[in-house]
Ligand binder design. Structure first.
Ligand SMILES: [Zn+2]
Length: 96
């Protein structure tokens, strides 16, 4: 019984250290998940999102490949970072 508790404690410490080491990747993954959720919502009711985006018509540059895309078509990560496609977003989030 004691050994089991020690093993569980070691596993918990390892998980904690791993989460700490990859916190940036985890944060990025969380942002991607939120973006995907947002895209799914946008796909379901596009009119609502179209009216919600104030900056349609302006161009934004992709944070990864520097391609300029219309702001309303860009994939957003957080408030300031934009990507031309989900492919670039995934590539940017992948650890080097
Ligand atoms: Zn790109």
């Amino acid at each position: 019984m004691r050994e089991a508790l020690i093993i569980l404690a070691v596993i918990a410490i390892l998980l904690g250290l791993t989460a700490f080491k990859y916190r940036k990747q985890l944060a990025a993954m969380l942002e991607i998940w939120r973006t995907i959720k947002k895209l799914q919502r946008a796909h379901r009711n596009p009119e609502q999102v179209a009216s919600a985006s104030q900056d349609s018509g302006t161009l934004v540059s992709c944070a990864r490949c520097r391609t300029w895309v219309p702001a309303d078509r860009a994939v957003r990560l957080g408030k300031t970072t934009t990507y031309c496609s989900t492919t670039c977003l995934e590539r940017a989030a992948r650890p080097a």
